[in-house]
Ligand binder design. Structure first.
Ligand SMILES: Nc1ncnc2c1ncn2[C@@H]1O[C@H](COP(=O)(O)OP(=O)(O)OP(=O)(O)O)[C@@H](O)[C@H]1O
Length: 349
């Protein structure tokens, strides 16, 4: 268990965060630009010392300025992947991955075998002999991930690991990452701007705003009961897993949604709450997705009202306070939700 109290002071910015990461726990760290997310990762990795506070892994203190305790980065068993991968320019993809293992005293043959296995898991077998300058950004990012995951770090720190990948590869790499994280007993901290990553990969999400934690809960809790306007906007996005025949998607949790275009097979769908229309009577006309719902919660955040709607599927909708009053939408009200097919975004997962 990693337990940290991090206080870092910079001109015009103070990070003041309490954080725990349990064994096998995947914690998403979300927040606006400049909120301090990367600083949290750097402090945990030992790339930066805290000004006050304490970082401990079980009984081992990594950083405590009050006592002078300090464990350098290489002693922490931490694996770090930044959005800007740092590969060794003169080494092939295979050598880059092996390097991480060799540095941990894995013998040459075992390191090579394990590296090839990880390159294969990330779809890079054909590129094993290429140098970083012969790889696309996305491919290089996958090599950087393979290099770190192959070492099975005690604490995995990922800073926007999928940001450089295009939509098709992102789903695939996310799936490999999810498989890895499910089997892992170490903890993981994942900085992301993508609510899909948070929903599909993390058990818990922490929202950082201006150096402070403004909310801590499951991605589902953050989506249905956001405490700040930023969280409402980012995590309020409705996320569904399902199986697609190219347009119609059968959702894992029940119900179907039609997207204007969707890859076939396993997909993840997102629907912005702002694109959900709510009606008292079944709407005429032809929005592709119309289904009955019951209002279970009404919460005002900033200038919008977030409605939590129970139905198949459940969905969150953002309306203006005026619309909510006009439609008489209080908790318990029966209504209809509708979403246009071109407002349903689909990507492979
Ligand atoms: N090396 C540095 N020296 C001084 N200030 C810095 C340094 N690095 C970051 N900062 C400042 O510290 C604050 C937190 O930065 P940090 O990079 O942790 O934010 P972030 O949440 O990761 O942002 P982003 O989403 O843009 O990556 C910002 O105000 C930033 O300008």
């Amino acid at each position: 268990m990693i337990a940290a109290r991090l206080l870092v002071r910079r001109a015009g910015f103070t990070l003041d965060v309490d954080l725990t990461v349990g064994p096998g726990e995947v914690v998403a760290v979300l927040g606006p630009n400049g909120a301090g997310k990367t600083t949290v990762l750097r402090a945990l990795a030992g790339l930066e010392a805290v000004d006050e506070g304490r970082i401990a892994n079980d009984d081992t203190v990594w950083d405590d300025p009050a006592t002078g305790a300090w464990v350098p980065p290489q002693g922490r068993g931490v694996g770090l992947v930044f959005s800007e991968h740092l590969l060794f320019a003169r080494m092939s993809a295979l050598e880059n991955v092996s390097f991480g293992l060799r540095a941990r005293r894995v013998d040459r043959r075992a390191a090579r075998a394990r590296s090839l296995e990880w390159l294969a898991r990330l779809g890079l077998t054909e590129l094993a002999d290429r140098r970083p300058d012969e790889l696309s950004r996305g491919q290089a990012q996958r090599v950087a991930l393979a290099r770190t995951l192959a070492t099975r770090p005690r604490l995995l720190l990922l800073d926007e690991p999928l940001a450089a990948l295009d939509a098709t590869v992102r789903g695939e790499v996310r799936r490999h990452l999810a498989d890895y994280l499910r089997g892992e007993h170490g903890g993981c901290l994942l900085v992301t701007h993508d609510p899909v990553d948070a929903t599909l990969l993390a058990n818990r999400a922490v929202v950082l705003e201006d150096g402070h934690v403004t909310q801590d809960g499951t991605p589902g809790e953050l989506a249905t009961a956001p405490r700040t306007a930023w969280t409402a906007k980012l995590l309020g996005v409705n996320v569904y897993r399902g199986t697609s025949d190219g347009a119609r998607v059968s959702l894992d949790g029940g119900g179907t949604l039609t997207a204007a275009s969707a890859p076939t097979g396993a997909v993840v769908l997102t629907v912005s709450p702002a694109s959900v229309a709510v009606h008292r009577d079944r709407p005429a006309g032809s929005p592709r997705n119309v289904w009955p719902v019951t209002v279970t919660a009404v919460q005002q955040t900033g200038h919008t009202v977030r409605l939590t709607l129970e139905g198949t599927p459940p969905i969150s909708a953002d309306l203006t306070p005026g619309a909510v009053a006009e439609l008489g939408l209080a908790a318990g009200a029966h209504a209809w939700a509708s979403v246009k097919a071109n407002e349903v975004r689909a990507e492979a997962r």
